[in-house]
Design a protein around this ligand. Structure first.
Ligand SMILES: NC(=O)c1ccc[n+]([C@@H]2O[C@H](COP(=O)([O-])OP(=O)(O)OC[C@H]3O[C@@H](n4cnc5c(N)ncnc54)[C@H](O)[C@@H]3O)[C@@H](O)[C@H]2O)c1
Length: 274
């Protein structure tokens, strides 16, 4: 969108800048903990959504629920981000249903990082799966859907790395719990971070902005001991909630962030500040 050439802020409708009305946004991992908050926030701001997730997550059902509640065009799509064919079909489906794509949000992840495996024992299969879903999946959606936006009118891509691509996990966080964070997760998210910066530069002149949101410790009925440990290490002394991650998404998808690209919004309660 062309920006108004003015020095007078009174000519600007700042509330409207956050509007997503008329925008078509593809969200992967849309049925997950954060994905659902992303969908809700985009729908509340008037956006049209393609709710994309694996078959088991039943994206069609969630899309139908949202469409009914918001009386907006919201469609489900069964997606496997690891497959080029599947991502190509997602692009075709979106263009057929909506005629346009304005935003891509990569909210998918491979779950196996939640099952702790000591580094010495990580299998090649597990490593490959995590890297394939988290990093290759983001590469494919950016390549296929981001490129479409670059070849047309531009748009906004939002990728999700992790605090553990910014700093290493503090192993004391997991003391007395069954949890951990394997290296493949950190490594794959480091790749997402680097890819996002690369594309922010690569597509800047094509009006595709590429930014990141880094969530941290999003509460999901965690083990009591983990929540206690987390609070002790967190400057804000608490975990976060999925809805706290989604406000940043509205900013990055909307015209409010028209001059922001290559940024990583740290939604980590100050975890990396000390
Ligand atoms: N929850 C946190 O505390 C936290 C912290 C930092 C970063 N993140 C990142 O935020 C994003 C969302 O996290 P979440 O907690 O909502 O995770 P989640 O596991 O609840 O959701 C992930 C979604 O991705 C989907 N998915 C898995 N494999 C897929 C595939 N091959 N194709 C398409 N979809 C697939 C799953 O079905 C699921 O709905 C992830 O990228 C995660 O790494 C989360």
């Amino acid at each position: 969108m062309e920006q108004k050439r003015t020095t007078n802020p009174a000519e600007i409708d700042f509330k409207k800048k956050f509007d997503l009305e008329g925008k078509t946004i593809i969200i992967t991992g849309a049925c997950g903990l954060i994905g659902r908050a992303f969908c809700e926030a985009v729908a509340q701001h008037g956006g049209q959504i393609v709710v994309a997730d694996i078959e088991k997550a039943n994206p069609a059902q969630y899309a139908e629920e949202l469409a009914k509640r918001f009386k907006q065009k919201i469609k489900g799509f069964v997606l496997d981000v690891e497959s080029k064919t599947s991502v190509n079909t997602l692009k075709e489906f979106t263009l057929k249903e909506f005629g346009n794509i304005n935003g891509l949000v990569n909210g998918h992840q491979n779950k196996s990082h939640l099952i702790f495996e000591p580094f010495e024992k990580v299998s090649e299969e597990n490593w490959d799966k995590v890297v394939s879903v988290n990093l290759k999946g983001t590469f494919l959606t950016c390549q296929i859907i981001g490129s479409w936006m670059a070849e047309n009118h531009g748009g906004s891509v939002v990728n999700i790395p992790s605090t553990y691509s910014v700093v290493a996990p503090n192993q004391n966080l997991y003391k007395g719990t069954s949890m951990g964070c394997p290296a493949a997760y950190s490594a794959s998210k480091g790749g997402v971070d680097a890819l996002s910066r690369y594309l922010a530069s690569y597509w800047a002149a094509k009006k595709v902005r590429v930014n990141m949101i880094t969530p941290h410790g999003v509460w999901n009925n965690h083990e009591e001991q983990f929540e206690k440990n987390f609070s002790n290490f967190s400057p804000m002394q608490r975990m976060s909630y999925n809805h706290e991650v989604a406000s940043a998404l509205v900013y990055l998808l909307s015209d409010a962030s028209s001059y922001t690209t290559g940024a990583n919004i740290l939604n980590e309660g100050g975890w990396t500040v000390w």
